[in-house]
Design a protein around this ligand. Structure first.
Ligand SMILES: [Zn+2]
Length: 475
């Protein structure tokens, strides 16, 4: 359903838009014509469901799509085999569109409206198959427009692996691959259409490994020292600590190895921790206290402990200069409408989410613009946003009411509902990049805003330190 522009926005846009309205119509028409093609690519990546740093085929498919369209490809950047950069054009400005393609472990699901595993190790429960594909579609559409209009500038696509816990972009930022980028654009699949100023929590994650002494748990327990005791003592201390940290912080863990058999005192145990907050300094403090709890636990249980940093991301820094352009374009593109078949699918999904009825509003409409958003997830786009002026959006690729990281997200993402939402993102990203190429003054304003927001004495320090990319974190 197309929304009618409010008069104020229409007036605001009129000056720059009138001249390029024909261009926009053509670009949108071309993208519409390629819906099937990009839908197929996204579906292939959905089927592959490759996890972080293991996205070899997914990355190769997007590389081929971009290279066939005339982009030059540089792969294996920042020491990550599945990371790549695709580029077209030359000179200023350099606009980058980010794409992701990693799946989540344990969330295999078929494209059906009831919980049914596809018997794979992972599933696209965060819609990154759509993320990578729509961003690719946008980069190609921008390239086609640049060529046809002989406009100067560079369009880039960054293939960013392992967003889910692997902090792929952090290594890319650390390596400086975004240093000559003027503006970065991104998006994320979701259950509604929005282009408000984004928010995300800074995050530090690590695996804590305890080493003990194994012994017969009944015959000679006094000879053993349980590594699992170390993990449990650590967890007990951290759980008590929750009362004494800022309210809006988040700590979560899973025991990834708790021993193998009850009759053997485990000589090894591992627990995987996340700590998050809206300000990275708070996260750094909380994480240091978690490490102290681990050290104390080892001391008290007669075990030893070492830990490995796995991920670390900055909070998301908004850029309102760019964000408003993104929002105006999303309003122009409009939300998604379902066919009767899609509606029947959505209604079934909706009942599994405990909804009384399917509320199509959030798929069809655009959420009002907000300058301050609250969000409790984390993303490695945060680190990019501290380096380059960055703006993003979310579109309705899932049935209204669907949370991320759910089987319902995997299911809808594997259908035409996912494709429709993805194309809204592709169009909005394309129009936004065109607006910036048309008006390079925007870049200056966006850069000035970035500098002001991050402060004069800002120095980029990656939260995961200097460790090499954790390429085996999903193995
Ligand atoms: Zn995601």
């Amino acid at each position: 359903m197309k929304k009618i522009l409010p008069i104020s926005i229409a007036l605001l846009l009129s000056a720059t838009v009138v001249f390029s309205q024909k261009d926009e119509e053509k670009v949108l028409k071309d993208l519409n014509a390629k819906t099937q093609k990009y839908g197929d690519i996204a579906h292939e990546i959905w089927e592959l469901a490759e996890m972080g740093y293991l996205e070899e085929k997914s990355s190769a498919l997007l590389q081929k799509t971009l290279s066939d369209a005339g982009f030059s490809i540089e792969k294996g950047i920042a020491g990550i085999p599945t990371a790549f950069k695709a580029e077209y054009g030359s000179g200023y400005p350099v606009i980058a569109i980010l794409g992701e393609y990693d799946a989540l472990p344990g969330l295999s699901q078929q494209a059906v409206p009831e919980k049914k595993s596809a018997d794979k190790a992972a599933g696209h429960a965060c819609g990154h198959h759509l993320f990578g594909t729509a961003s690719t579609a946008a980069a190609i559409a921008v390239k086609d427009w640049l060529t046809s209009k002989k406009i100067q500038g560079t369009i880039r696509f960054y293939g960013c692996p392992a967003e889910e816990g692997g902090s792929g972009k952090v290594y890319m930022v650390r390596e400086g691959v975004f240093n000559d980028v003027d503006v970065a654009l991104h998006w994320h699949p979701g259950a509604e259409n929005e282009a408000s100023a984004g928010a995300a929590l800074a995050n530090k994650s690590a695996k804590f490994r305890f080493h003990g002494v194994s012994a017969h748990a009944a015959g000679a327990p006094e000879r053993g020292r349980s590594a699992l005791d170390g993990v449990e003592a650590m967890n007990a201390m951290v759980n008590m600590m929750r009362e004494h940290i800022p309210q809006d912080a988040r700590i979560h863990y899973v025991i990834t190895d708790g021993g193998k058999a009850p009759n053997v005192v485990p000589d090894f145990a591992e627990v995987y921790y996340y700590s998050r907050h809206g300000k990275r300094d708070v996260v750094i403090d909380i994480f240091d206290r978690i490490v102290k709890a681990a050290e104390g636990a080892a001391l008290g249980t007669g075990t030893t402990m070492e830990y490995e940093m796995i991920g670390g991301t900055h909070e998301l820094l908004p850029n309102l200069t760019l964000q408003k352009i993104m929002y105006d374009n999303l309003t122009k593109v409009g939300g998604v409408t379902y066919t009767s078949e899609e509606k029947a699918f959505a209604e079934k999904i909706s009942t599994t989410l405990g909804a009384k009825s399917l509320d199509m509003e959030t798929a069809e409409n655009i959420q009002p613009y907000k300058e301050e958003a609250r969000a409790y997830g984390s993303t490695d786009v945060g680190d990019v946003s501290f380096t380059v002026p960055t703006a993003g959006l979310g579109t309705a690729t899932w049935v209204p009411g669907t949370p991320a990281h759910s089987w319902q997200a995997v299911a809808a993402g594997g259908t035409s509902i996912g494709t429709k939402g993805m194309m809204v993102a592709a169009k909005t990203l394309t129009l936004t990049a065109m607006d910036i190429f048309n008006n390079p003054e925007t870049v200056k304003a966006a850069k000035a805003e970035l500098e002001e927001r991050r402060g004069a004495d800002f120095k980029y320090i990656p939260l995961l330190g200097n460790r090499p990319p954790a390429l085996d974190y999903r193995k």
